[in-house]
Design a protein around this ligand. Structure first.
Ligand code: MCN
Length: 789
């Protein structure tokens, strides 16, 4: 069915959009149960303070108030502290220094917005009024928000367990080999690079509805989760809410996550606990500013990087020192982001013989930082691709040529930082992008722009990422607390319709469409006969959810394994019914056919036969349902080249992206339209980071950009009409040859934009976000005479 209107490669419109664009989506906040009450959290206005007292008497007496609960009761009831699920050891062998994080803090708050108590009331308005009436006395302490400041002597200390605010001091690579590479270098490029802190901003804010059934001692939690099974596991095994079989977690329609809904936050825990404590179902829906103050943030790195080149401009070595701000507490996967998801990608698309990277992570009085679209890989790509462009400029070589001269060309390629790339063709994507943008014609376009008073620049980014983090045994040996496989179950019903239960979770990625396309392709059935079931721990046995662009490469591979089993059994039944040998049976266009004859049976008749069980091969069990677990043997490595062309107005510093070309290699593509949508979204998020977005704190730890008035999300008129293309090298590691596409745009685009702007303005002294003010100031500093006053 390849090339068919519904199978692999077809531009099928997203089936789920029918409900999303007609207002029929069912999100957590849409859920209601009888007797439901509402929770509002009392949050710290201080970035750092001792909690002296909490007086809730007045609040308890207010209309509709059912309970006001605090951290002391939570601890007394044995609810566990929040965990970090990936153990990192410092280079001296000591384990990471983790401070306690309570879902409700009753002694010592460490960031603005940290919850100290919760009010449960009959209506949300009543709960909010009562939350305002809870009197909390704080003793403010000095705060620190910048990671470098937090490491200084005399800095405010956040956790006793982490002296000097240092969580771990980790390294990767060969320090001595890298030292030797620098000793023999003909040229060394040095840069200080900051990766700005971002707020994820999914369209739907987080929400939870928890219901405790006293008769069965059973909990149900509807929540905005990217991985409901992991949520259930953590809530059971670590937070002591209930054993797994007494807790059902449902993540219904979820309006985006971008990583921020991987984690199990205090609010979900508290709603579950409060539902038992109060005897009523408890719902909480996050408000937008509350989301800015509580959703895990992303990025926030400061790095010093050095690149050593030989006389022929071949890279000899890369040395990086990074300080990563993890905020006030260690979020669920925070420790893995600046280590195994970042430093392992520092080789990029290049043959770099020696790399050494040191990473220090620190506590500050800011919102916890964790994975956000790309998670570590955008930070690595930004650092490396800014370095590549800068090194090329310094040695007077064309940046495209410099990259080409250093590309990896033979696979598998073992980098000096763990990753072993399985396949790729970096020349192909570079050539495709350069030709599409008319790289050779840039000088003429720059001259023409200059005549209009505009500064035109061009910037490249040749990114690589690692998706489908795996295999479980390997990540376990590196400190992961979970396995990273995926599961699937394929149920063929007696009438031949098919339900696919998957452990992946779709919250904008279109799985209900692409996963069904896979089944349609495989069995030659119509898409409308296939249902994709996900997001409910009572339906799907287990799954690891969706993050790290894994659902295609890992989730769909599990489905392929289950389909293999179903097909094998169905063929045995067909062979039996058609009185043919099993090896002669082929499944074509929804029909089992006997080779060389006109004997055939439609798919649905074989399904029916499996369930009537009137005439099955001897000893065969009735039914047609199979499950599979798939554990990949390696990551997949999507890669590509992005080229950005900008015009800067020297009068205002405003940047206009006049052209943007993205040439990506995602291996086999299931649905080009969905992939393009994913790239559009990723590019826009990356451009937002480069031009507009920043979680900006003042010195006291107040988040200044905690609303859409202040945190400038990109709008349609901030981004160009992207020009997308793909090149294909199939991933050898999974049965479909797929590589992930969900994060590429956000990973590859920021350096392309910044390389273009710095090319236009002729100075490298510019950090993200390149706001008009920042660009104008950089221009003025570099060319005081020319910059407009
Ligand atoms: N696909 C395809 N061909 C490929 C690769 C993928 O057709 N070669 C399809 C897949 O079948 C799937 C979609 O593209 O329908 C994305 O697949 P994949 O790259 O495997 O990513 P995931 O489904 O695992 O999604 C996770 C990824 C991540 S990590 C973030 S963050 C992110 C993203 O997806 N968050 C998103 N895209 C998002 N899109 C929306 N709308 N909302 C989010 O929160």
């Amino acid at each position: 069915m390849a090339g068919s209107v519904e199978g692999i490669g077809a531009r099928v419109q997203r089936r789920e959009d029918k409900r999303f664009i007609t207002g029929k989506g069912r999100y957590t906040d849409d859920m209601t149960v009888a007797g439901m009450a509402h929770a509002v959290f009392v949050r710290s206005p201080h970035a750092h303070a001792k909690v002296v007292s909490i007086d809730a008497d007045a609040a308890r007496a207010m209309p509709g108030v059912i309970a006001v609960l605090s951290g002391q009761e939570l601890v007394a009831d044995g609810v566990g502290n929040l965990i970090c699920g990936w153990m990192i050891h410092s280079k001296d062998g000591s384990p990471m220094k983790m401070g306690a994080w309570r879902a409700l803090e009753s002694e010592h708050v460490r960031h603005v917005g940290q919850a100290v108590a919760v009010v449960v009331a009959e209506t949300r308005a009543q709960a909010r009024d009562a939350a305002d009436a809870v009197e909390v006395e704080y003793e403010p302490l000095p705060a620190v928000v910048d990671a470098l400041d937090a490491l200084k002597d005399g800095a405010p200390q956040l956790h006793e367990e982490a002296p000097g605010n240092l969580i771990y001091d980790w390294e990767i690579g060969d320090a001595a080999a890298t030292e030797a590479a620098f000793a023999s270098a003909a040229h060394v490029t040095r840069m200080e690079i900051r990766n700005n802190r971002l707020v994820p901003n999914p369209m739907e804010p987080r929400a939870a509805l928890a219901q405790y059934d006293e008769a069965d001692e059973h909990y149900t939690l509807w929540t905005t989760s990217q991985n409901p099974h992991v949520a259930r596991l953590v809530l059971s095994a670590f937070y002591n809410i209930a054993p797994e079989h007494k807790l059902r977690v449902i993540a219904p329609d979820v309006g985006g996550g971008f990583g921020s809904k991987i984690y199990i936050y205090p609010e979900e825990m508290v709603c579950l606990w409060a539902s038992k404590k109060t005897g009523v179902p408890v719902k909480w829906t996050c408000e937008r500013t509350e989301a800015f103050l509580t959703d895990a943030h992303g990025r926030d790195h400061y790095s010093e990087a050095e690149m050593a080149l030989d006389a022929q401009n071949r890279i000899l070595g890369l040395r990086v020192k990074t300080v990563a701000n993890l905020g006030a507490y260690m979020s669920l996967f925070s420790s893995s982001v600046p280590t195994y998801l970042y430093a392992t990608l520092l080789s990029g698309q290049y043959a770099i013989p020696a790399i050494h990277c040191n990473v220090k992570t620190v506590y500050t009085n800011t919102v916890p930082v964790d994975a956000y679209r790309g998670a570590g890989r955008p930070e690595a790509t930004y650092l490396l691709e800014r370095m590549m462009e800068t090194a090329a400029r310094e040695v007077g070589m064309d940046p495209a040529e410099f990259r080409r001269a250093n590309f990896i060309r033979s696979f598998p390629h073992q980098t000096p930082v763990i990753m072993c790339y399985d396949a790729g063709d970096y020349d192909a994507s570079l050539e495709a992008a350069l030709s599409a943008i008319d790289y050779a014609g840039f000088a003429a376009r720059k001259a023409e722009a200059a005549r209009r008073g505009k500064l035109r620049g061009i910037g490249l980014s040749c990114y690589i990422e690692a998706c489908g983090i795996a295999p479980s045994q390997a990540v376990g040996s590196l400190g992961a607390g979970v396995g990273l496989w995926e599961s699937a179950e394929v149920r063929v019903n007696p009438v031949g319709t098919i339900e696919v239960l998957t452990g992946s979770h779709s919250h904008g990625q279109g799985h209900e469409t692409t996963f069904a396309q896979l089944v349609a392709e495989r069995f030659g059935v119509g898409l409308d006969t296939v249902a994709i079931v996900h997001g409910d721990t009572d339906k799907v046995q287990f799954g690891m959810g969706t993050y790290g662009s894994r659902s295609g490469a890992v989730g769909m591979s599990a489905i392929v394994k289950a389909l293999d089993k179903v097909e094998a059994k169905a063929k045995r039944i067909a062979a039996h019914l058609l009185e043919a040998s099993e090896g002669d049976i082929a499944l074509e266009g929804g029909t089992f056919k006997v080779a060389g004859t006109d004997k055939e049976l439609p798919f649905f008749q074989v399904a029916l036969a499996a369930y009537t069980a009137h005439n099955l091969p001897a000893g065969m069990e009735p039914g047609l349902k199979e499950g599979a677990f798939y554990d990949p043997t390696n990551f997949t490595f999507p890669a590509g080249t992005y080229v950005c062309e900008v015009e800067v107005d020297p009068e205002t510093g405003r940047t206009e992206i006049v052209d943007f070309v993205a040439a990506d290699d995602f291996g086999t593509i299931i649905n080009p339209m969905i992939v393009e949508g994913q790239v559009h979204g990723g590019l826009t998020q990356g451009i937002g980071q480069a031009l507009l977005e920043n979680a900006s704190y003042d010195a006291d730890g107040q988040l200044l950009s905690a609303s859409y008035m202040d945190y400038t999300m990109p709008r349609a008129d901030d981004v160009p009409s992207y020009r997308l293309m793909t090149t294909v090298t199939a991933c050898p590691g999974n049965p479909l040859g797929m590589k992930g596409c969900g994060e590429a745009g956000a990973i590859g685009s920021p350096p392309a934009v910044m390389n273009a702007i710095t090319d236009a303005i002729g100075t490298n002294a510019l950090e993200m976000p390149a706001t008009p003010q920042a660009v104008w100031a950089a221009l003025k500093a570099a060319r005081p005479a020319q910059a407009a006053e």
